[in-house]
Design a binder for this molecule. Structure first.
Ligand code: GLU
Length: 284
């Protein structure tokens, strides 16, 4: 038996903060304590926001924390063909459709439905309104298409309820075998206009390609796992075990953001914090 495979998968579009430190340390130490492998993956599909200096800072911050990872690091921007292949599989199953609707057309449609219904349009678990068009009725135009998953058809295709094994906990304490609720997300994007993939698609493809056995990440991604389980089912990929960990909140009880400098690891280091201080600050 080989040991577990864990990964830390930051996006290089800002500085790592205390929440990232907790995630990276948990992954690294779980791998080390179980005699497994620890991988670092750079999730840089957002070509407009990913910046080389942020990627460089990720390496520096992690090394400073005493974390060591396997080389080569997988950079998602170098593997678009893997995600295109997965997208092709979904297309061949007739489960995705082109969407050329602009942000404005989507927002206008939602506003008009809310006005008509006199109540808010349904929101996804992150609080964003669901995509309001049906596969056949979206505006047609010649803008480059994004690709959306036909959620109803995809769930029908799987034909049975999906679940995952959770060894951490969700926002309401969900743990153990958790029932997936992909329908709560509506017709999610599987490929954007600019890149042939999306967060959801590339994360499931990479976790499978890299043989990740345990996904340890922040609780803010708990319900995304529903979409990940669905895509794994459609693409015939194995399901890792999931552990969603507590979030590090700021003094006002809000999630830390990458744009806040005062909790960034580089800023804390420059102010004299040691790796041991960081561990204390994240209560490890
Ligand atoms: N790249 C994602 C982030 O930085 C994390 C993805 C994951 O762990 O599944 O929020």
């Amino acid at each position: 038996m080989t040991g577990p495979v864990l990964r830390f998968a930051p996006s290089p579009n800002g500085r790592l903060h205390l929440g990232h430190a907790l995630s990276a340390l948990l992954n690294f130490e779980m791998a080390r304590d179980a005699g497994g492998r620890f991988l670092l993956r750079i999730e840089d599909i957002d070509v407009g926001r990913a910046r080389p200096e942020f990627e460089q800072a990720i390496y520096e911050d992690l090394a400073w924390l005493g974390i060591a990872w396997e080389e080569p690091v997988r950079r998602q921007s170098e593997h678009f063909s893997d995600y295109e292949a997965a997208l092709k599989t979904l297309k061949a199953q007739g489960l995705v459709y082109r969407s050329v609707a602009t942000r404005k057309e989507i927002a206008d449609e939602i506003a008009s439905r809310e006005a008509k219904d006199g109540k808010p349009w349904p929101r996804d678990p992150d609080g964003a309104p669901l995509y309001p068009f049906e596969p056949g009725d979206a505006p047609a135009g010649d803008a480059p298409p994004a690709w959306r998953l036909d959620m109803r058809a995809a769930i029908d295709r799987i034909g049975q309820p999906l679940s995952w094994q959770e060894t951490g906990a969700g926002p309401d304490g969900e743990t153990g075998e958790v029932a997936a609720r992909p329908q709560a997300w509506g017709d999610v994007l599987v490929a954007r206009k600019e890149v042939p993939t999306s967060y959801h698609l590339s994360v499931v493809v990479d976790d499978a390609l890299e043989g990740v056995t345990h996904v340890v990440r922040g609780r803010d991604l708990f319900w995304s796992t529903s979409v990940h389980r669905l895509l794994q089912g459609l693409l015939g990929l194995p399901a890792p075990v999931y552990r969603h960990h507590r979030l590090i909140l700021d003094d006002d009880g809000r999630k830390l953001s990458k744009s806040r400098r005062d909790t960034s690891l580089s800023e804390l280091r420059a102010a004299g914090a040691t790796p041991a201080d960081i561990r204390r600050m994240v209560r490890l």
